[in-house]
Design a binder for this molecule. Structure first.
Ligand SMILES: C[S@@+](CC[C@H](N)C(=O)[O-])C[C@H]1O[C@@H](n2cnc3c(N)ncnc32)[C@H](O)[C@@H]1O
Length: 209
């Protein structure tokens, strides 16, 4: 993604966020029910705005992580749910999306319904930095460089050895990826959790870009 594309996508997302999602709420009043519009706002400001991963890159992320039936996939900052939903549709994989923005969770649930995978996927409206995803066998990310590095100790200390991690666009600072490919000009990075990485990078780092 070049700078102008990011800027354009970011601007669009900011405008959407500023407008605020409208959620229909039933309010009993004098024997009648009225629908009122209420803004569903995140518990705190998201660390990064919603910019979706293109489908071609989603496909490559799942390929590089060799996602297969039996995996348990988490997308941290799951947006409209496309990574979790694609994994469920293509591989019958159970997945959880975590997003701090309730509007994204509503969209993801709607998309899961449309794609017929509600029995395989769950979307949780919570902060990825405090979420429990220890049962993951695959974790996917599209965040920011400094967020990846901030998240690194949690990933390394809480995930089992062998858990695969894939990141669209951004690396993990000085934790070198095992694989790095380009898809349509975009970077996809791949790591696996292991004792050596835990020992070297399991502490909070000042390596924030
Ligand atoms: C760049 S989008 C990526 C969406 C999706 N993973 C994809 O690749 O298409 C980042 C997402 O992270 C969410 N987010 C930002 N800060 C978060 C936090 N602290 N906890 C959970 N989600 C967060 C945003 O709401 C947004 O939907």
């Amino acid at each position: 993604m070049n700078a102008s594309t990011i800027a354009a996508a970011s601007l669009a997302a900011v405008i959407v966020c500023a407008a605020g999602p409208l959620v229909a709420r039933e309010t009993p009043a004098a024997g009648a029910q009225f629908l009122v519009a209420q803004a569903a706002t995140p518990a705190r400001t998201p660390d990064v705005i919603f910019v979706p991963t293109p489908q071609q890159v989603v496909d490559e992320m799942l390929k590089i992580a060799a996602v297969k039936k039996g995996d348990v996939l988490y997308d941290l900052g799951s947006g409209d749910g496309r990574i979790v939903i694609t994994a469920a549709k293509r591989f019958g994989v159970r997945g959880t999306g975590i997003d701090i923005d309730p509007q994204r969770i509503a969209e993801a649930n709607e998309n899961a319904k449309k794609e017929g995978v509600t029995q395989l996927v769950t979307f949780k409206n919570t902060d990825l930095f405090t979420a429990d995803f220890r049962d993951a066998t695959v974790v996917t990310l599209y965040l920011l460089p400094r967020l990846n590095v901030k998240l690194r100790p949690k990933l390394l200390n809480e995930l089992k050895n062998g858990t695969r991690i894939v990141s669209h666009a951004f690396d993990m600072g000085d934790w070198q990826p095992e694989k790095h490919v380009k898809v349509d000009g975009r970077d996809v990075y791949f790591w696996t959790v292991n004792d050596l990485a835990r020992k070297k990078f399991g502490q909070a780092s000042t390596d924030h870009k």
